[in-house]
Design a protein around this ligand. Structure first.
Ligand code: ZN
Length: 471
């Protein structure tokens, strides 16, 4: 029984998109196990890659008796997918034979190497990927009366595009693209066309609010009621970014996140809790050093298994994300029984460990965006001090209306707040407004300029790689 597909509801009072959202926990576990078994049997038959990989690890489908048995399966890395696409272009293992014709291509950003290409046929795109996305859009209260503006360019990055498609095709809202508009034209069109919902990355939407302010436009008069963010950690992971957005736009913020290789993984309900699509993807949180499961609710690396997609099902895919943890078996005040995502801390490579403390983009951003004198722009750099110890330098821009005579005060305030939050000292530099880059999609705020060191085998590796993983 696959609960995906177009609900095409006309009942606007119905609170949940899918019955999966309020399913009893025990029932959900049964569905997860049944779908996992079906998926593994399917791949055993259809995918020479998985069959060979699993056989080499001594696994056969008969060994899968409980959900915990998933640990008998080896992990899948992005590098394996890339190599397969190099060997068998363009799709490699991301296309199970016979799953075409394809109607949509997704592509990763390529920040960690050659982009991974992800094809979708109609069933896998609208019935599976968009099923994960539409729950988020519906939970945010978006209905066909809404006017939705996509404040992002149409690239093969599906995070925002799938939500856009859900509004257009599944909910029936009026949707307005505008990827190439400059910010001022965008603001004018938002007002002229009566936009009620704005979609974009947190970074760009904060920038857009700033442009409005600089041009004497009061964002609160524009009629935006809801904002959907994705593409980088938003309010689910960094509460102060959510507060800034809420303040800048006077709108309710709904954040969501996922991976292009698998699914929309988590989305926020009206109670500001991140719910997970348990029936579509099975998520594990593992200790980055041992690959063993962490204690329930603890932080670690996120590993995802696609339970329903049939074109490119990834089994035990290492997302490269470190999460704060997942709570399962609870019921939210909104009535949903889905597992709760406690937020993303950042990519594995963007987290460094300094004197036993994890420093992550989410942690730093939450501090900086809680200080009113700081602008939204910042970066942090890992380097070495004169004793060869790791150190972190945080560079911030003050708000444009802060007199330069007060910049030292801002510097001390940021340093103090970082110290209180992380319990270690970090260097803070205040740089003139406009110094740091402005990003429209996927801000890159971490730089590692530490020299590489050699591991015991003599191969070069970065200290960050050695230290960053354990959280
Ligand atoms: Zn909830």
């Amino acid at each position: 029984m696959l609960m995906t597909g177009v609900r095409q509801t006309t009942d606007v009072n119905y609170k949940y998109w899918s019955p999966a959202e309020t399913m009893p926990h025990r029932e959900m576990k049964k569905i997860q196990l049944a779908r996992l078994r079906e998926q593994i049997n399917y791949l055993w038959e259809k995918s020479p890659f998985y069959r060979e990989k699993w056989e080499q690890n001594g696994f056969c489908p008969g060994q899968l008796r409980t959900l915990e048995d998933i640990r008998r399966l080896p992990l899948l890395t992005k590098e394996e997918i890339r190599l397969s696409q190099e060997k068998n272009p363009p799709y490699g293992i991301m296309s199970i034979p016979g799953r075409g014709p394809f109607i949509r291509i997704g592509m990763t950003s390529g920040t960690t190497g050659e982009p991974v290409i992800i094809p979708f046929n109609e069933e896998d795109y609208f019935g599976v990927y968009c099923e994960g996305a539409v729950r988020c859009v519906w939970a945010a209260g978006i209905r066909k009366e809404d006017v939705v503006h996509a404040a992002f360019g149409f690239t093969p990055f599906l995070g925002l595009a799938a939500a856009y498609d859900c509004c257009e095709h599944l909910i029936g809202s009026l949707v307005i693209p505008g990827g190439i508009w400059n910010s001022l034209l965008r603001l004018r069109m938002i007002k002229k066309l009566g936009v009620t919902v704005l979609m974009g990355t947190p970074t760009y939407l904060l920038h857009l609010a700033k442009v409005a302010e600089e041009n004497g436009i009061d964002t609160r008069t524009l009629g935006i009621k809801k904002i959907l963010t994705a593409g980088e950690p938003g309010s689910m992971s960094i509460p102060n970014t959510g507060l800034r957005l809420e303040e800048a736009w006077g709108s309710k913020i709904f954040d969501y996140c996922g991976t292009q290789e698998t699914h929309y993984l988590a989305w926020m309900c009206e109670e500001e809790i991140g719910h997970m699509n348990d029936d579509l993807a099975y998520c594990e949180v593992l200790d980055p050093d041992t690959d063993e499961p962490v204690q329930p609710g603890q932080s670690g690396k996120l590993v995802v298994t696609d339970l329903v997609g049939k074109t490119h099902p990834c089994i035990r895919f290492e997302t490269g994300d470190i999460v704060r943890g997942i709570d399962a078996g609870t019921t939210c005040a909104c009535g949903r029984t889905l597992s709760v995502m406690k937020g993303f801390m950042g990519r594995v490579g963007d987290i460094i460990k300094v004197r036993g403390v994890c420093v992550s983009v989410a942690g730093i951003e939450n501090v900086i965006r809680g200080i009113p004198e700081c602008s939204d722009n910042y970066e942090y750099i890992a380097s070495k001090n004169s004793n060869g110890m790791d150190k972190v330098t945080v560079r911030v821009e003050p708000q444009i209306n802060i007199d330069s005579g007060l910049w030292d005060y801002v510097r001390k305030k940021v340093a103090q707040e970082l110290q209180l939050s992380f319990m270690i000292n970090m260097d803070v530099e205040v740089v003139p407004p406009g110094t740091l880059p402005v990003y429209e999609l996927k801000a890159k705020r971490f730089r590692d300029i530490r020299p590489p060191i050699s591991d015991s085998s003599g191969a070069s590796c970065s200290l960050e790689k050695k230290l960053s993983a354990k959280v």
